[in-house]
Ligand binder design. Structure first.
Ligand SMILES: [Zn+2]
Length: 185
């Protein structure tokens, strides 16, 4: 994956392999604990035992545009009645993604950072919303990105932030909340 620009996610790249293989690869690439699935099973068993039912959804990161892999994912989601959250990269967004979602009530767009650009210094782990740049810059980009997603997706956008590489500096979170102050954007 290039640190300089948006990666090619499942819905940006040609489809290849089974969903199970993709899941296994994804699990390995993010370093999931080997007992993670067992622990999840145990937790869900505990919920069931107490009469509760968890609401789960699938998340597809690095969404940029429509394509064969996205169509396949949405088809599976519809057939299995599984909600899909598409983590869209605002700066790399193409209009075809909103068109694809418009036809699929099962999918919702959420925000995947701004440009999926690494701002960490060499040797540090990749991070866009990093303490290694001005916090105000990160927050301004997040606001700009959200405005674009609202404009593109309207009611199909949910105000959920997925930080690229699953990393975000605590001060970015704090300032983003202060900037919003309970108002849009
Ligand atoms: Zn990503």
């Amino acid at each position: 994956m290039s640190a300089a620009g948006p990666p090619q996610g499942a819905n940006c790249a040609p489809s290849g392999g089974s969903a199970a293989v993709a899941l296994a690869n994804a699990t390995a690439s993010v370093g999931v604990h080997p007992n993670a699935w067992t622990r999840l099973d145990d937790e869900l068993d505990a919920w069931r035992a107490s009469g509760r039912r968890a609401t789960l959804w699938c998340r597809d990161d690095d969404a940029c545009r429509d394509g064969a892999a996205l169509r396949r994912l949405l088809g599976i989601a519809r057939a299995q009645d599984i909600p899909i959250a598409l983590a869209a990269i605002p700066a790399a967004l193409e209009p075809t993604l909103a068109d694809a979602i418009a036809e699929s009530a099962i999918a919702t767009a959420i925000q995947h950072g701004y440009a999926h650009r690494n701002h960490a210094p060499p040797g540090a782990r990749n991070c866009e919303l990093s303490a290694h740049r001005a916090v105000a810059e990160s927050v301004a980009e997040l606001v700009k990105g959200r405005v674009r997603l609202v404009r593109e997706f309207g009611a199909r956008f949910a105000a959920v932030l997925v930080p690229p590489w699953n990393r975000i500096d605590a001060e970015v979170v704090a300032r983003r909340i202060r900037v919003q102050g309970g108002r849009d954007p």
